[in-house]
Write a protein that binds this ligand. Structure first.
Ligand SMILES: *Cc1c(COP(=O)(O)O)cnc(C)c1O
Length: 394
């Protein structure tokens, strides 16, 4: 072996970025591109559905539904959101460390160590259990502050939350204690995206009963919130003082008949290898696809380890040069194969749109969700951290 080659081979500090020459974004061509202007526009659109005095919380849990929490949060705040929502305290800390200082509510349940962290970083906490109160009081005293809390009522979601008919004087007294700042009361709808409004109506009615009871005691906290995206769009009577929108902020539809939202995430890769094969050619693990005529097979470097689901094997489509082509054979961990008719022009280096639009073609997140018997939330949050995120503003 040539000495120079041998030397290079053995280098452990190989700078891969310099090997790509002049390419603007070196490395694997598989990436998510998020249009932050669209996030901003969606926030403004949702905001316009609210009355004066009602505010928008941008829900940016799970790394901003896979879009990237910090850039999304900043875009949503530019678009008129004034609160942020996260699932766990660690996500709130990341936003604080990025210099964001608006109110941030931890929507999910918190472990004792997370409660301490939340208090230290001035995050609002969701509580529903007396056992949490002692930890809160302790953390508040340790940080010489009052812990900001929102009481969550279960009005029919059947998950975390105090059963709304168990809100009693003991709770009210505890929430008015010296170490707490009782900021809000909330509930969460189980079926606001459903065609049938009855379940939401029943939940709303239980929530209103609880609010009425607090009003009688002169104990209503300043913030009252219940609406997720679907309820923001469909049920103005659920807006109260604050709404919590996730899905719609990203331009994804909680139900079909929504207009005015702009999808903000596109997922791209590239054709890295191309060959023409005869009829009767088997493709991929298990040979689950056999060509019925000569075809071009395009290899695309994305797989289930990137969040391109194995269940999409022989089901999903991608776009190349604006045209739809089927994914054939099994989705592997790191690769898929796309079948292109021999007469269609395709080249190595062509962009492949896995999710998003290209010319007249589109592969919406809702389509990929349907193919896995799920919802768009799972598609976008499922794009793994191996996939680079890039941001643009129109
Ligand atoms: C995730 C979440 C939301 C946002 O729901 P979308 O349907 O994405 O708008 C609102 N409230 C709570 C409590 C949540 O956990």
């Amino acid at each position: 072996m040539d000495e120079a080659v041998r030397a290079d081979w053995g280098r452990t500090d190989m700078d891969l970025t310099s090997m790509g020459g002049t390419r603007a974004s070196p490395g694997r061509p598989t990436e998510v591109v998020v249009d932050l202007t669209r996030i901003e526009d969606n926030a403004a659109f949702l905001r316009a559905l609210l009355q004066p005095g009602q505010r928008l919380m941008a829900v940016v849990k799970a790394d901003g539904y896979g879009h990237g929490a910090v850039p999304v949060a900043e875009a949503a705040l530019r678009g008129g959101a004034s609160w942020l929502g996260v699932a766990v305290s660690e996500e709130g800390v990341a936003l604080r460390n990025a210099g964001i200082n608006v109110p941030i509510l931890v929507l999910g349940p918190s472990h004792a160590s997370q409660i301490c962290q939340a208090v230290a970083y001035d995050l609002d906490l969701t509580i529903f259990d007396h056992a949490q109160l002692e930890v809160l009081a302790h953390a508040a005293r340790a940080h010489q502050t009052r812990a900001r809390v929102h009481l969550k009522l279960d009005t029919g979601m059947g998950r975390v939350g105090l059963q709304s008919d168990q809100l009693d004087a003991r709770w009210v007294n505890a929430l008015r204690g010296p170490d707490l700042s009782w900021v809000g009361i909330s509930t969460h709808f189980a079926a606001s995206d459903d065609d049938d409004p009855e379940p939401t109506r029943r939940q709303l009615s239980r929530f209103l009963d609880a609010l009425e009871q607090l009003r009688w005691q002169g104990a209503l906290p300043p913030e009252i919130h219940a609406a997720n995206s679907a309820a923001v769009l469909k049920y103005p009577g659920t807006h109260f003082t604050l709404v919590r929108a996730g899905l719609a902020l990203y331009g994804l539809k909680p139900f079909d008949s929504v207009d005015g939202l702009k999808p903000s995430l596109a997922w791209y890769s590239e054709v890295v290898y191309l060959k023409t094969v005869p009829a009767g050619f088997h493709v991929g693990y298990g040979g689950s696809y056999t060509t019925d005529r000569p075809q071009q097979l395009a290899a695309v470097p994305v797989g289930y380890a990137d969040g391109y689901r194995r269940i999409w094997s022989n089901r999903s489509h991608v776009l190349i040069r604006g045209r739809r082509y089927p994914v054939v054979g099994r989705v592997s961990m790191d690769q898929i194969t796309v079948a292109v008719p021999t007469e269609d022009p395709v080249n190595v280096g062509d962009r492949v749109t896995l999710l998003g639009s290209d010319g007249d073609g589109a592969v919406p997140a809702e389509e990929l969700a349907f193919l896995m018997d799920s919802i768009a939330y799972e598609v976008v949050t499922g794009v793994s951290q191996r996939v680079r995120r890039r941001y643009r503003s129109d």
